[in-house]
Design a protein around this ligand. Structure first.
Ligand code: PLP
Length: 367
């Protein structure tokens, strides 16, 4: 359907297709965790979670506690791993049955205190190990300390042990990734021997699922693939973008050679030029990096560059030679036009582009 305003269309059929594709790449007994942090990569976390629950996803993950609370408020009942909780939110985590990632001695100590204060027995947590990304996680040499702390309390139980790969999409980093896999195996086995029971082990994100089948362990975590992007042209062909960002032409101008367009006059017409003004800008997630002819939008099947500086609420495009009129639909990225390409042209990645679509943009769910 043609857009009549700025809208992010969210196609749940595409989500289902991508989920089934990714699920087909792992053994059926391997559990599937859907990463739906950051509003499900800029779309709609509750709507997507509900559909994914129907598809029998086993687990969800978000980055922060409030994202998990929003899912519970929306009626999501499956386990939700909070990847990066802060101790200020531990009470809320316990109140809303969220599963914290425990990534440091500080967090472990404080979470045990919260669980004990709430008279919890065997409250599920996941242990996060740092195997080389050097972002979050216990270092391998902290394993004895983790074991000792866990042996001293029955208030928590380890439901999962996981780590995160630094470069799973990059074949040139295969050696490094293999070392991460081996470190993960070794440290998780040490911890399992120490605690005496088997939690879920998980390591792979989307590119890990596709490139390292030997490292699927008990569960895989997929984010970007669910939304239709696979960090390679080959995989992108198999996936369908879930979100399509559309808008319309607000106004058309015919400007003369030598005239300029937009703030600071960053576009100067070298010849008579037809321009269109669109009702979205950097406050909607089309950041200034996309301006000054770095990337294109699509109108009636023709590409039109974004010209001049992106404004807060508007962008201008060059539509010279394109047959179009005010009110016509404009596609920024999505099903017919790759977000990866839109982002790449301006020097960034699909992850950043799609998660930047701001809450001002209307979301429209398509079944
Ligand atoms: C965001 C995230 C993922 C998802 O990664 P994709 O590349 O989007 O599949 C998985 N695991 C962790 C720890 C993450 O932070």
């Amino acid at each position: 359907m043609k857009a009549s305003e700025t809208v992010l269309e969210i196609d749940l059929k595409a989500l289902e297709h991508n989920y089934r594709y990714l699920a087909s790449k792992v053994n059926s007994q391997v559990k599937k965790l859907a990463v739906i942090k950051a509003f499900a990569y800029g779309s709609d976390s509750v709507a997507l979670a509900k559909r994914l629950e129907k598809l029998e996803v086993d687990y969800f993950a978000v980055a922060y506690t409030k994202e998990g609370v929003a899912l519970r408020d929306g009626g999501v009942t499956k386990p939700i791993l909070v990847l990066h909780p802060q101790s200020a939110h531990f009470q809320e985590i316990i109140d809303r049955c969220l599963t914290p990632s425990i990534y440091s001695d500080f967090v472990l100590t404080h979470f045990i205190a919260s669980a004990e204060a709430n008279n919890q027995q065997h409250y599920p947590i996941h242990l996060k190990l740092n195997t080389g990304l050097n972002r979050l996680g216990f270092d391998p040499d902290e394993a004895p300390l983790i074991i000792e702390k866990l042996q001293q309390t029955s208030s928590i139980k380890v439901d999962g042990i996981f780590s995160h790969l630094a470069a799973s999409e990059d074949p040139e980093e295969k050696e490094f990734t293999t070392s991460q896999i081996n470190t993960f195996k070794k440290v998780s086995e040490d911890i399992i021997a120490g605690i005496g029971y088997q939690p879920l082990k998980h390591l792979c994100n989307t590119s890990g699922i596709l490139n390292y089948p030997e490292a699927h362990f008990d569960m895989v975590r997929t984010g970007i693939g669910l939304y239709g992007y696979g960090n390679s042209d080959e995989i992108d062909k198999q996936l369908i973008p879930v979100g399509t960002l559309k808008t319309i032409i607000s106004q058309i101008h015919h400007i003369k050679e030598g005239e300029s367009v937009g703030y600071n006059r960053k576009f100067k017409a070298e010849k008579d030029t037809k321009t269109a003004t669109l009702p979205l800008g950097h406050a909607d997630g089309i950041n200034r990096i996309y301006g000054k002819q770095k990337t294109n939008v699509s109108i009636n099947g023709h590409l039109a560059p974004i010209i001049g500086n992106v404004c807060m609420d508007m962008i201008m495009i060059d539509i010279s030679g394109i047959n179009c009129k005010e009110g016509d639909e404009v596609i920024l990225f999505g099903k017919e036009k790759s977000a990866e390409e839109f982002a790449h042209n301006a020097g960034t990645i699909s992850y950043e582009l799609i998660t930047s679509v701001s809450q001002r943009v209307k979301r429209k769910i398509i079944e």
